[in-house]
Ligand binder design. Structure first.
Ligand code: SAM
Length: 240
């Protein structure tokens, strides 16, 4: 039975791909990739000759129908993003939702995900965590989002682009205080680095060192000794 395969790919180190992902990508009739030129490097490394087509945030709505029709006609389509797991802060969600609605088989081929890789070595609690993805680039919205997460007692995991890391850490320190935190930089790559300490330590570190590369930032959840956020007269959490 034909399927839409959702295939995780490396977040840096090209060796981080499963045997199964290589087989699925090699056997599929078509690979829908966020950036076909980027994915070509991975496919070349594993001698995969499957044709590719682009599926990114700007064409996902329009292109999903034709891709899913091919699956309905008996072809296997594999979905990949530029790195990590498709649909996780990456395109793919709409295609997957539409496939489910049409009764198409959707099959995950799990593998790398920056959020999970960072959580696995951060040294922060991971029995439960909250994946917050990207905050808004706008300071007001970013802070409101952080404030809405302040009372969660689980580790918070954010993605952030390097040119916003300093502003992110400045806001995070003000909202969360000096909680333990980790900046996981360039996971699986040559310059992989973990900066651990309090949010104040991290802010100070990146004041002196320009943030470069890809960042996943983890912040300890609210501790038992931290007061919960003040509430207004209606009982709502301030800032939420
Ligand atoms: N779908 C991907 C996944 O499963 O992790 C995430 C894609 S999202 C567009 C890209 C963001 O993920 C980056 O801006 C960064 O925050 C994080 N990220 C991706 N690769 C990373 C890496 N090697 N090291 C640290 N963070 C990374």
């Amino acid at each position: 039975m034909s399927a839409l395969y959702v295939v995780s790919t490396p977040i840096g180190n090209l060796e981080d791909i499963t045997y199964r992902a290589v087989r699925i990508l090699g056997e599929a009739d078509l690979i829908a990739a966020e950036d076909t030129r980027h994915t070509r490097k991975l496919l070349d490394a594993y001698d995969i000759r499957t044709p590719t087509t682009s599926l990114h945030s700007h064409n996902e709505a329009g292109k999903s129908n034709s891709l899913l029709r091919r699956v309905e006609d008996g072809e296997d389509v594999a979905l990949v993003s530029d790195g990590g797991t498709p649909g996780i802060s990456d395109p793919g969600g709409r295609l997957i939702r539409a496939a489910i609605d049409r009764g198409i088989r959707v099959v995950p081929a799990p593998g790398p995900c920056a959020c999970v890789a960072a959580a696995s070595v951060a040294g922060l609690p991971t029995a439960a965590f909250y994946y917050a993805g990207f905050c808004s680039p706008k300071s007001g919205r970013r802070r409101r989002r952080m404030e809405s997460l302040r009372d969660l007692d689980v580790t918070l995991i954010f993605y952030e682009s390097p040119h916003r890391v300093r502003r992110f850490l400045g806001d995070a320190e003000e909202v969360f205080g000096p909680r333990p935190a980790v900046a996981a930089r360039e996971l699986t790559k040559v310059y992989e680095e973990f900066v651990r300490g309090t949010l104040t330590d991290l802010r100070e570190h990146f004041e002196g060192t320009a943030p470069r590369g890809e960042f996943t930032i983890l912040i300890h959840g609210r501790g038992d000794d931290e007061p919960s956020s003040p509430t207004d007269d209606s009982g709502r959490t301030a800032g939420a």
